[in-house]
Design a protein around this ligand. Structure first.
Ligand code: PBG
Length: 324
């Protein structure tokens, strides 16, 4: 059937038509907010490369979590910046470290806030790489041991979900075993299964003070050119016992997300990363684009590509807008 019988504009004729026949919508329950907590920080500090996002101190976090919950936020992912960094990222597994203290603070104030912790070493090592070095390379298997220690410490402090972002091979299996052996079989694993070596992480590295002091992360994070490898990474992590997966960054990698959704039967989300945030924010601050509509459109597109949940620095803004 062709024009003039078939008229696609019929269903676009007014807001009610458009609303009823909308195929996808942003679900406020599926948003996860990343936050940065800095050990020894006295007052919240704005991150220059991410206007509108602040680094928090441990003591700010309880109040912050309560406000976020009042807006309807169900989950947060934590990134810690320790006071001390060293070769092996010792503070990553310190039970009195910035993340364990933050988890306790959130759980005391909002017990049912889902607390996800990013498990990686880059914020804790003085060289800024995501693992233990052997020469100038990151030693995969030596790093696994540290990631397991870090995961156990986070779980003991009350984390609900461990999210390894290091991209070492075998980390999901190793962490699953370590958690089970230590009585944390209820703690879930959200794998950054498909994490590309992306320049879109630039602003994050200022926020988390985690820029590598030499080289780059291409020896462990994925090549942006590769699709089949991404599917393989996702399959491996599912087999290793991941409870959920994510693709990162989000908007430039929606083709990858859509393909992974075809093979993944576990919740599979996307991370709208710092560079995606800062591009929108700075263009909006200059008046070049309308922040609210661009944010909503970008998240809707991530959802349309198949994301079951979305990590975004805009989570609280979106909740505020949807509550209006
Ligand atoms: C830690 C980690 C990074 C991000 C999340 N976890 C940085 C990196 O891999 O360099 C990036 C998040 C963002 O850019 O918002 N490995």
């Amino acid at each position: 059937m062709q024009f003039p019988v078939r008229r696609m504009r019929r269903l676009r004729q007014n807001e009610s038509f458009r609303t009823i026949f909308k195929e996808n919508a942003i679900d406020p329950n599926k948003l996860i907010l990343p936050i940065f907590i800095v050990e020894g920080l006295l007052v919240p500090k704005e991150i220059k490369s991410m206007p509108g996002v602040t680094q928090l101190s441990v003591k700010d976090v309880g109040r912050f979590a309560k406000e976020a919950r009042n807006l309807g936020l169900l989950g947060m992912i934590l990134f810690g910046v320790p006071a001390r960094k060293d070769l092996i990222g010792s503070s990553a597994s310190d039970p009195e470290g910035v993340i364990p203290l933050t988890i306790k603070e959130i759980k005391e104030n909002v017990p049912d806030m889902i607390v996800i912790t990013d498990v990686c070493l880059c914020e804790y090592t003085d060289h800024g790489h995501c693992g233990i070095l052997r020469g100038n390379e990151v030693d995969n298997d030596a790093t696994l041991i540290r990631l397991c220690e870090e995961s156990i410490v986070h779980s003991r402090a009350g984390a609900d979900i461990i999210a390894p972002s290091d991209m070492m091979d075998g980390r999901v299996q190793a962490i699953r075993r370590a958690l089970d052996d230590n009585g944390f079989s209820n703690v879930a694993i959200l794998s950054y299964a498909v994490k590309f070596a992306s320049s879109f992480y630039g602003p994050f590295r200022e926020a988390a003070l985690s820029k590598p002091t030499f080289g780059d992360r291409k020896g462990y994070q994925m090549d942006p050119a590769n699709t089949k490898e991404a599917i393989m990474e996702a399959k491996l992590d599912i087999d290793e016992g991941a409870d959920m997966l994510m693709v990162k960054p989000a908007l430039p990698y929606l083709d990858i997300l859509a393909k992974i959704k075809e093979i993944s039967l576990i919740p599979t989300g996307a991370y709208q990363v710092s560079g995606e945030y800062s591009m929108i924010k700075s263009a909006a601050n200059k008046g070049f684009i309308d922040e609210r509509s661009v944010v909503m459109e970008s998240l809707l597109c991530i959802k349309r590509a198949g994301a079951d949940f979305i990590l975004t620095y805009f989570a609280l803004d979106v909740l505020r807008w949807l509550n209006e």
